[in-house]
Design a protein around this ligand. Sequence first.
Ligand SMILES: [Cu+2]
Length: 615
Amino acid sequence: MNIDIFQSNRGFTRRQFLRSTTAFGMAAYAYQILPAFAQDTFGRSIIAPDSSGVIDLNIAATEIMIGGKRVITTTINGTVPGPLVRLREGTEAVIRVTNSLKEDTSIHWHGIILPYQMDGVPGLSYDGIQPGETFEYRFPVTQNGTYWYHSHTGLQEQTGLYGPIIIDPAQPEPWPYDREYIIVLSDWTFDDPHTLLAKLKKQSDYSNYQQQTLTGFIRDAQRDGFVPTAKDRLMWSEMRMMPTDITDVTGHDYTYLMNGRAPESNWTGLFEKGEKVRLRFINAAAGTYFDVRIPGLPLTVVQADGQNITPVEVDEFRISIAETYDVIVEPKADQAYTIFAETMDRSGFARGTLAPRVGMTAAIPPQREPPRLTMKDMGMDMSEMEDMEGMQMSSKDDSEMAGMGAANTMSEPSAASSPHEGHRSEPSMQQNKGMVTEEVYRHGPNTHGPGNTTVATVSESRLAEPGIGLEDTPWRVLVYTDLKSPQPGIDQRPPRREIELHLTGNMERYMWSFDGEEFSEGTKPIRLVHGERVRLTFVNDTMMNHPIHLHGMWMVLNNGNGQHNPRKHTINVKPAERLSADVTVDATGNWAFHCHILFHMEMGMFRVVSVSKPA
Ligand SMILES: [Cu+2]
């Protein structure tokens, strides 16, 4: 790595400048290819079923303009993102998808509860949609809110195959608003996504020295103990990190889009001052987390993953890949406001504007410093940290050390008494001096084989943390513990059993898996029985965030709100985090369950959840 290379990418580099000058020239052209929902309007453009109640979608390879360049994308009805699919709760959706590509395709309705045959995952729900074929999706619409759809075939999603879904509620919503906009965030690569993936796989070959230093450090520290290893290496000076420690693909390869527009072409939504504007944010990126804020406007978050939450006012929120958040803002001044969606690794941003009139812009905030992994992210045992006092820290700021607390773990790790080969992790009580007592879990002896190199020694709940790079933010940032369902969940049964799954990876070889096993034909499904209630416990053994998505059934996140725990379709698991979600198993069939980082899923962080009828 070289931190300078990374930083040179942060300002306005020459490459970006060239890109933007052409973008300005092409703005008018680009405008024409945007779907109706994304055009600069007063927010009233809606594509609903035609008079016959049918929605027709056509998937094709189409040349469009992105960031001032002509590119071939996979479009739906000619645009990227695809058109808004607008449905109504209590009706039946009929959507005909025609494949005009030369290869197979598919569309999955993300977050929608439906029969598995309609879920759109090739090999599980159906065979996919062959070239020239039209597949008719038909399912009852039993929910409401903001969702999205995307291809579940190969890497097609990365080439543009995604779009928004809004389901209008049968009952009025509890908060009024005057206008709404959909804001689809995504990442675009001018490379073939297969080339990008090949590059990631080859990374260790082209002497990614620092990356290996970090991974090697963790490995040695786990073997030899933290302090000896750190002393040996003068750790912080040596552990300068790659931006790829935070995210696989950075602004070097990605252009970040808001409603299909690069930052320079500035997607704009209009408002009249004093109006309440509902913004429906969808993270349709293949590999990018965004931190969203609108300087000058507080954000009242009213929905997460399409589900009502008790409104919470914040100034910024992180939207993990595949999540949705609905926020209400109330611009009172006759001025423009920047919608700023900075990437988690700070290597780029998507940007748009809310304005009272077309053509107005507001300042674009400076990008923040790239974050650094903390000891907690690496799952290091903090108990050794006391010994670190007096050790020379070469890092000027010790932000890495923030939040670590001076903690003692029990000196003897509990021996694993696990039903499956020490795979389960064992709790040990950690006393934070005078602070809340929290449970910290020590990893079992089974480190999941070669598919898992950087096993977090300890894991714990991080639901109340905003996440990497947002720790010291001087304004209010949404955290998962803020998400509280206004209504108690329908199923309050305690889970009958717990399934512990480790999120595992080998960063050097770009292998991603659950429990160290990359998905293949032979991988055993996770077997559930219809009618049962199970607890899924995720333990992230890696140093990366993973947004975990279950198809077909809700996951109720255990975030401390008891009966008001929120239900989600996608749950982000932070590095070295341990969290759990309860599932009411109410949908038979084979369902996909995977990390929603597209390349992680493709590499094998995927399982089949098989729900059978009770015997
Ligand atoms: Cu992942």
